[in-house]
Design a protein around this ligand. Structure first.
Ligand SMILES: [Zn+2]
Ligand SMILES: [Zn+2]
Length: 241
């Protein structure tokens, strides 16, 4: 026991844990949460009023849907995002492009903590991370959506289904594409297991929700395979409401 504690302290010295948002080195007590006290104090999760479909923050209490969801019919039931993209973009960038997988754990745990009541209400049977194209995953070393889903699954005791959906071809980077181009880009980009899908209600997990075209494409694929209800949760959602 003592040895294990010493070993952990030694590792902390060699590889200090860093804040998932600002990258500051964490004190021993902050280390457990994954955030420095400054970021924890300033970070505001999205609260009501929010879009009944995609969960984006709304300005007016009377509004039911955001501008995007009023214009566009989605395939998924509904979803929730924890933060506004602008508040956590640096953390997402580091998590994705500088191999900092360890950021995903505290962020995924925070998603689990905040979304637990909703996931219970929806009757979620499995978490389904949005897959990366295999070659891209090899380059990046891991899939950030899977790392978030793993941390959530561990905290909530909900199984993570990694093999239900896979990406059948590489797609062009979405950030440069418009709405229509995104849909074309994603057409037939996902393949779902056709046999033995016994799940009724699943939640898709990803780092960012932008227009919902990825969520819609995966939802369509899962529903064709027999899943009845598909929800989503993400770490962040782009504004545009
Ligand atoms: Zn910080
Ligand atoms: Zn919306």
């Amino acid at each position: 026991m003592m040895l294990k504690i010493l070993h952990n302290r030694f590792c902390d010295l060699l590889y200090p844990r860093r804040c998932a948002l600002c990258d500051a080195v964490l004190s021993h007590s902050e280390g457990r949460s994954g955030f420095c006290s400054f970021c924890r104090g300033k970070l505001k999760p999205i609260t009501e009023p929010r879009c009944m479909k995609c969960g984006a923050a709304l300005k007016e209490e009377e509004e039911e849907y955001c501008r995007r969801c009023k214009k566009h019919r989605h395939e998924f039931e509904r979803g929730l995002a924890l933060y506004e993209y602008a508040d956590v973009c640096e953390a997402i960038y580091r998590m994705k492009y500088s191999g900092r997988k360890e950021y995903a754990r505290p962020l995924g745990r925070e998603m689990a903590r905040r979304f637990a009541p909703q996931l219970r209400e929806w009757g979620i049977q499995a978490l389904v991370p949005i897959p990366l194209f295999p070659a891209k995953q090899r380059r990046r070393g891991y899939n950030q959506a899977e790392a978030l889903a793993d941390a959530m699954g561990e905290a909530l005791g909900i199984p993570v289904e990694r093999r239900l959906v896979r990406r059948s071809r590489n797609t062009r980077p979405m950030k440069l594409l418009g709405d229509k181009e995104r849909q074309i880009n994603l057409k037939n980009a996902f393949l779902c297991a056709q046999d033995g899908v016994k799940l009724q209600r699943v939640v898709l997990v990803d780092d960012i929700y932008t227009t919902g075209s990825t969520m819609d494409a995966v939802t369509g694929c899962l529903k064709a395979a027999g899943v009845k209800e598909v929800y989503f949760v993400t770490l962040a959602i782009g504004s545009g409401v």
